[in-house]
Design a protein around this ligand. Structure first.
Ligand SMILES: O=c1ccn([C@@H]2O[C@H](COP(=O)(O)O)[C@@H](O)[C@H]2O)c(=O)[nH]1
Length: 281
């Protein structure tokens, strides 16, 4: 199998740069005329898969919305993963894991080993137990050609108080994360390939008013959530990423999902948004 970075590069070239979040919010289930229970969850999530997975490059189920229904919710998530991949989409599971190394290894085995029931193409992780604590994710991803997206500059307004903070060595937290990703992606870069280790950078962020702008080019992909319902636009992506926008996977959940249960409307929205994103160059 080719590396995650190469698979993602090819998928974005073939299917476009929109990642569709499959987030079964209670309010969305109600809006679709479904009950907020496991049957409603299953109907909602699998309808979205049927609508978008044949056309989107990547789908991003948010684990929390499945976990809230316990083991039966996780069983639905397993079907979402399997059926999305069968339809040709890459699956990025948004789980934001991160722990001491030995526990991170168990998370890595759960999500990045294809033999696991919840094995996916890539996951999101949190770096706030230290960058070294991410090694099990990195090593396991390398072993199985999977990908890892590390939170760097998140889309929520509370992010900068931690992510812009300056450490004792004078380096900002987000710079440290981005530098670490540059190191992880260096080998792929030397082969002319997109790396498998991505940054999460919200489509809503502002570069700091004081101090240097964050260097968002890491040789890997960027996941840009906050596009759509949180206010991020194509112009924001242009403003934030400039010339490196071609490696940016813009992620939208509620804006697409709110068009359901009309499957055609969801699919058309994915196609139309991909056309807009292609114009970024
Ligand atoms: O910085 C981040 C990281 C992750 N998310 C996740 O993305 C989606 C956004 O959903 P929308 O409905 O498109 O707002 C959701 O799953 C978040 O947990 C993020 O928003 N920001």
């Amino acid at each position: 199998m080719s590396t995650f970075g190469t698979r993602l590069h090819d998928a974005m070239a073939a299917r476009g740069r929109l990642c569709v979040g499959i987030d079964p919010h209670a309010a969305l289930l109600r809006g679709w005329g479904l009950d907020d229970d496991v049957a409603g969850l299953e109907r909602f999530a699998l309808s979205v898969v049927e609508a978008v997975a044949p056309v989107a490059s990547v789908v991003k189920p948010q684990s929390a919305f499945y976990e809230r229904f316990g083991s039966r919710g996780i069983a639905v998530l397993e079907r979402v993963v399997a059926e999305s991949r069968a339809a040709g989409a890459l699956v990025l599971l948004d789980v934001k894991r991160g722990d001491i190394g030995s526990t991170s290894q168990a998370y890595a085995d759960a999500y990045l080993d294809p033999a696991s029931p919840l094995g996916v193409d890539a996951i999101t992780v949190s770096p706030y137990l230290g960058l070294g604590s991410l090694d099990p994710f990195v090593d396991t991803a390398r072993r199985h050609d999977a990908g890892v997206f590390v939170l760097a500059l998140t889309s929520n307004p509370e992010g900068p108080e931690v992510q812009h903070a300056v450490g004792a060595d004078g380096v900002r937290v987000a710079d440290r994360v981005l530098d670490h990703l540059r190191g992880l992606n260096a080998e792929a870069g030397s082969l002319g390939q997109l790396g498998s280790f991505g940054a999460v950078v919200g489509a809503t962020i502002a570069q700091p008013e004081e101090g240097p702008a964050f260097d968002l080019a890491t040789g890997g992909p960027v996941l840009a959530p906050g596009f759509g319902a949180q206010g991020g636009t194509v112009d924001d992506l242009r403003r934030i990423f400039g010339a490196s926008a071609s490696h940016v996977l813009a992620s939208s959940s509620r804006e697409v999902l709110g068009l359901g249960p009309d499957r055609l409307a969801m699919r058309d929205a994915v196609r139309a948004t991909n056309d807009e994103l292609a114009a970024l160059g």
